[in-house]
Design a protein around this ligand. Structure first.
Ligand SMILES: Nc1nc2c([nH]c(=O)n2[C@@H]2O[C@H](COP(=O)(O)OP(=O)(O)OP(=O)(O)O)[C@@H](O)[C@H]2O)c(=O)[nH]1
Ligand SMILES: [Mg+2]
Length: 127
């Protein structure tokens, strides 16, 4: 199973918005950059905007492609298209009851992310 996913690295004044994946979800119990699967006939950017509105209640005003990561979890193959989002409308919250946090980019190493995110976290920490 190969899934295409769009995820947002939402940034504000040196902090990044992260969410805790719920137990029972794939990679549950780990932190993520909010986002989700691209539906058919939807561009990754459209998927990003839809998912960030659904999951965090923010309206993306400006997103830039950051990095695309392909990863094989064994049970699932993912292509993750990461965007940085530095302009948005609204206050980011956990719209689906998920735990969320604004954390300093420099503190990202303190949070456990899925394997596919390691390269992204590294790149962000390197500035
Ligand atoms: N959103 C998101 N998904 C990630 C990240 N890293 C990562 O490996 N994934 C994987 O990407 C896949 C799809 O993400 P998702 O579960 O958010 O998809 P979705 O919002 O459409 O969820 P749904 O299946 O409940 O409708 C999952 O297998 C998840 O484990 C990340 O940083 N953010
Ligand atoms: Mg999601």
């Amino acid at each position: 199973m190969l899934v295409r996913v769009a995820a947002g690295i939402v940034l504000r004044e040196g902090q990044v918005f992260i969410a805790l994946r719920k137990r029972g979800q794939h990679q549950g119990g780990l932190w993520e950059f909010p986002g989700g699967k691209c539906e058919s006939n939807e561009t990754p950017l459209q998927a990003l905007s839809r998912e960030l509105l659904e999951e965090c209640g923010i309206k993306v005003q400006h997103a830039e492609h950051f990095q695309t990561v392909a990863h094989d979890y064994g049970d699932k193959q993912v292509e993750l298209i990461f965007y940085t989002v530095s302009r948005f409308l609204g206050e980011a919250t956990g719209k689906e009851g998920q735990e969320v946090r604004w954390v300093a980019v420099s503190e990202l190493a303190d949070y456990d992310f899925p394997e596919a995110n390691q390269i992204i976290v590294k790149a962000l920490l390197a500035g």
